[in-house]
Design a protein around this ligand. Structure first.
Ligand SMILES: [Zn+2]
Length: 263
């Protein structure tokens, strides 16, 4: 696995020529995740899952290149929280299309858009970018992680992790809750305000339909707390397992779509 921004151009040429190149573009956002987690969580998550999926893909013959993360996205639900930044969907779509075109120009025409941020406008913009690139015959393009297809999102993120929950209401875990707190405690614990986590009461009493359907904003839905579920149920141990499972899930979805390069 190599990082596009860290290698010189002849190496890109070599990998592109091999015909085995697969580029993963992690996509996140700058968005509040409660008073205990960093605004960049979804971007960091996408990077962590990309790194976890890469070895599984390389085992099947792909040469994985991870492109620099798109750290900005569409985040309208949480826009009232300080620090949350939102692009217009069209801006995100254009950005990803431009990246895909540039990659393809150099023979990197197998692109996985790995999205760590759940927002309908954001996911739609990424899918529109995918469709546009496919339309232009840019190559093979796939959206994974949080996507507009709920079944595909579940195959990437939900499969195999529900049994890990320590929450008394796993059905109420969401943004900034047990799962994201666990991931952060495992993968970037220096950015978690652990003293704050100890003060956070579970937030199970919110309008789940409005949360999932994004018909109400996070500020009013969470009464200004910015999280859904129980951050205190999170643990680094759970986070480690989540990363391993989701990495495998995501690689599995990609391999199912595109097959193996070799046995
Ligand atoms: Zn998130």
């Amino acid at each position: 696995m190599q990082r596009l921004a860290q290698i010189p151009f002849p190496e890109v040429e070599r990998v592109a020529r091999s015909g085995h190149a697969l580029v993963i573009l992690p996509v996140g956002v700058v968005e509040e995740h409660g008073a205990h987690l960093p605004l960049g969580l979804d971007s960091f998550a996408a990077e962590v899952y990309a790194e976890a999926a890469a070895p599984e893909l390389e085992e099947k013959g792909y040469d994985v290149i991870i492109a620099p993360t798109v750290s900005y996205g569409v985040a309208r639900a949480a826009i009232d929280f300080p620090g949350t930044l939102s692009l217009e969907p069209e801006t995100l779509r254009s950005l990803v299309v431009d990246i895909g075109r540039s990659l393809a120009r150099h023979g990197l025409n197998r692109l996985v858009i790995l999205n760590g941020h759940r927002d309908l406008g954001h996911m739609q913009a990424l899918d529109d970018a995918r469709a546009k690139l496919v339309d232009e015959n840019t190559g093979q393009i796939l959206c994974v992680g949080f996507t507009i297809d709920p079944a595909l999102t579940a195959a990437c993120y939900r499969e195999g992790i529900e049994k890990l929950s320590r929450s008394v209401r796993p059905d109420r875990e969401g943004h900034g809750g047990e799962w994201e707190t666990s991931l952060a405690l495992h993968a970037f614990s220096d950015l978690v305000k652990e003293d704050v986590v100890q003060t956070l009461e579970p937030n199970f009493d919110y309008d789940v339909e409005a949360f999932r359907g994004e018909t109400k904003d996070y500020w009013s839905l969470s009464k200004g707390s910015g999280y859904f579920g129980s951050p205190q149920s999170g643990s680094a141990e759970t986070g480690k397992k989540i990363v391993a499972i989701r990495g495998r899930n995501i690689a599995g979805v990609i391999l199912k779509a595109w097959g193996k390069m070799r046995e």
